[in-house]
Each structure stands twice: as C-alpha cells, then as structure tokens.
Ligand binder design. Structure first.
Ligand code: SAM
Length: 407
C-alpha cells in the first residue's frame, strides 16, 4: 500500500471528512419499528440471537456511530454503554436516545477507541460492528473484549473479511483508475461509473456516503480485513467459541453423533476446512462451493488470493500492468467455475450467471488497462451482469466466552 493510513484510526477519517457513514435519519416511531424489525430478522434467523436475549442484558457497544443499532438494542431491553471516539456524532446519538424516550437505558458514553478502552465492568453482550477489521494488530482489541465479556457472555462482530473483500476492493480500484483517466473526482466521477449499478437496488444510505465510506476510504484495502480462519483460531485461543456466523463458518452438512464431544481445536479445524472450500463463495458473494480434492481446494484458494493481490496492486498503483493481471485473474476463476467436479453451484443458471459476472469484471479490467474512460463508463452502465453484482464483503461472527468450567 503506497501510503497506508494508521491502523485503528478509522474514526479520524470519518471525523475529518465530516461523514456519519451509517446515519439513517430515523424520525418517527414507525421508522424505528421498521429498523428494529430488520435487525431482529438478522439477529434471529442469521445469528441465532433473538431479541429476547437482549432483555435486561448489560451491553457494551464499540463504534456505534450515530447509534441506530444501539437504539434497537435499547428497544429490546438492553442497558447500554457506548464507546465512540468520533465525538462529532455524539449530539445526534444523544438526541436519538432522548427523542425515542430511551435515555434511561443509556448508562454511559466514552470517547476512547477500543484499543485504549479499559472496561470497568463486564457485560453480558459486547458489540463491535463496522470497524474492528481496521484495528491492528488484532491482539489489541482481543485483549479488551476478553476483559469486557463476562464468562458465558457473547461478542458480536461485523467486519470486512479478507477474501470477501475482493469485489469491494475491485470497485474501489476501478473507481480510482477511472478518476485518474477521466481527470474527475468524488461523487461526480463515481456517478458516471456506477450510476446504473447504484440505482439498480433500493438503498437506505445516500450515494455520497457510499462514495466516501467505500470508494474514497483509505481503509478499503485487504490489509484492513479479518481473515476468517485466522479469526476463529485467534478467538479460540482467547476463550471464545464460535456461536454463529453469517455466512456460515461451521460445516452445516457435517454428520456426527449429537453427543460426540467437540473441542475448541476440533471446531477450529472443521471451520478451517469449510472456509477453504468456501473461498470462491466468499470472494464472489455467490454459492460456489469447492467440492474437489484437497489439491483443487488449495488451487482455487491460491487463485482467489492472487487475484486479490492483483486488485490491491491496481488500487495502490494502477496502470496497464496491474489491470492486465486483474483481467487475467477473473478469466482464471471463470475456468475453475466451469469444472463441475471442482465447484458446486446450485443450478446451471447460477453457474452461468457467476461466469457472466466474471466476464464483465474482466472486460472492465481490460478497459481500465487500455486507459479508455469513455468506453469503461459506457460498459459499466450498460452491462447487466456488471450492474447487478456486488459481492459480500462484510461478515458477522458471534462468539460465546467460555466459562472456566467448560470442557
Ligand atoms: C462504519 S461505522 C459503523 C457504525 C455502526 N456500528 C454500524 O455498524 O452501523 C464505524 C464506527 O466505528 C467507529 N470507530 C472507528 N474506529 C474505531 C475504534 N478504533 N474504536 C472504536 N470505534 C471506532 C467510527 O467512528 C464509526 O462510528
């Protein structure tokens, strides 16, 4: 990375650029009801943490931004302490709690970043969504949450996953190359390139906020991600066992006697094998599970990693050579998807559409290598496969802190 931003200081980027990345402008009780319902669906169906688990819980949330998620936790009955180092968002956050009559559930608000925070009391549930991947080395925040969560309590993380970030970095790199080629900056350049893509889905957030939070954000880089297999391993070594994740990290197809003991290390090994087989699914945000032998699993993983490296290069330095490697990398993944004894896809149509999306990505990369801004913008707005793919960069993991009496 040419000029990497300092680790753990994403909040300075938000403060200095004056953005509240997740501000949802909730006004009425009905707005908050809708928001809470959407969160309840995620927490119940995806993470196996229904709102009832939050009733009377002591909850500590790091990085709440303007506090929409915290309002939902408070509505579910949690008593909350918040840690938000970007104090510019505090007035909105506090106004929200007053406006919705939830201020009695707000126990405290602190201005330290997570890596400097010393928890005074242990919480039943600790939450860190949307920034934890930028705090390095990971030990800094793991030590804090290990202290902050009570035994048998839960830790909820939402983060950019390393391989999952592929398409997000690709979008950022393409935008930055387009900016250089077209001699134009910011939301206007982004609209020219991604107007049709953005308009194709119903967003809650504003376009400019996406531009600043993803495309312009110096922390959009695979250096600032969490590698899922490594995360599970590190957490297992720090007394945290995986409760649930989205996408699924446990191999839900495994067959074993329900009473068979599972140790933290056997779970970590099973998760690692499942995650290696999920490399392509995570990179492209589609179900493309590797069913080949160990050698082909490793080969597909390498292909994804090499492409990710090429996209990082395109982001950092750009230019013909970097973009030619990116184009080749996408073509390479296409031929892996073609082999149905290596990659499972849910249907022939799913396989076809994944290949079409890789073809579009490779064509964009070739136009970027040619330095042709006009043709790139025309293609990016007209090609339906390009318009409709986004990938799935962000993952959830929920951990339970083991009690001393656990096996
Ligand atoms: C992308 S926003 C996510 C907001 C909210 N948690 C959500 O997921 O909707 C990230 C938030 O984390 C905060 N943040 C960034 N670095 C942090 C750090 N080292 N410690 C605590 N909070 C941090 C930012 O100021 C910002 O409010």
């Amino acid at each position: 990375m040419s000029n990497p931003p300092p680790a753990g200081k994403l909040y300075s980027y938000y403060r200095d650029s004056g953005i509240s990345p997740t501000f949802g402008s909730l006004q009425t009780e009905a707005d908050l009801d809708r928001f809470c319902e959407q969160r309840a669906r995620i927490f119940t169906l995806k993470l196996q943490m229904p709102p009832e688990m939050f009733r009377d819980a002591r909850l500590l949330e790091f990085g709440p931004d303007t506090g929409e998620n915290a309002l939902a936790f408070a509505r579910w009955g949690a008593r909350i302490e918040l840690v938000e180092p970007n104090t510019a968002v505090w007035p909105q956050l506090q106004a929200y709690f007053r406006h919705f009559g939830l201020e009695n559930q707000l126990l405290g608000l602190h201005d330290k970043p997570i890596q400097e925070f010393a928890p005074a009391e242990q919480a039943d549930i600790v939450v860190a969504e949307g920034f934890i991947h930028t705090v390095k080395p990971e030990k800094q925040w793991i030590d804090v949450v290990r202290q902050a969560v009570r035994p048998n309590g839960y830790l909820i993380l939402f983060y950019y996953e390393r391989r999952g970030l592929l398409m997000e970095v690709f979008h950022a790199a393409l935008y930055r190359e387009f900016r250089r080629m077209a001699g134009q900056k910011g939301p206007d350049a982004a609209r020219r390139l991604y107007g049709a893509k953005w308009d194709a889905i119903a967003h809650v957030r504003r376009f400019n906020s996406w531009v600043m939070d993803v495309l312009e954000n110096p922390y959009t880089h695979s250096q600032f991600t969490l590698d899922a297999p490594r995360l599970i391993q590190m957490m297992a070594e720090s007394d945290f066992e995986l409760h649930q994740s989205w996408p699924r990290y446990r191999d839900d197809l495994r067959m074993q006697w329900h009473k068979a003991p599972e140790s933290p290390s056997s779970i970590a090994a099973e998760v690692d094998s499942h995650l290696q087989r999920s490399a392509l699914s995570h990179a492209l945000g589609r179900t493309l599970y590797c069913i080949g032998d160990n050698a082909s699993v490793a080969a597909v993983g390498r292909q994804v990693d090499e492409l990710l490296h090429a996209v990082d290069q395109a982001l950092d330095v750009g230019g013909r050579q970097a973009w030619t490697s990116v184009a080749k990398g996408f073509v390479g993944l296409q031929s892996s998807i073609d082999r149905d004894n290596t990659i499972y896809a849910p249907s022939a149509e799913a396989r076809r559409s994944a290949k079409a999306m890789l073809d579009s990505a490779s064509r964009c990369a070739t136009l970027a290598a040619d330095g042709d801004a006009e043709r790139l913008a025309t293609f990016a707005n007209a090609d339906q496969s390009f318009v409709s793919f986004w990938g799935q960069p962000a993952h959830y993991s929920v951990f339970r802190k083991r009690a001393r009496t656990d096996l």
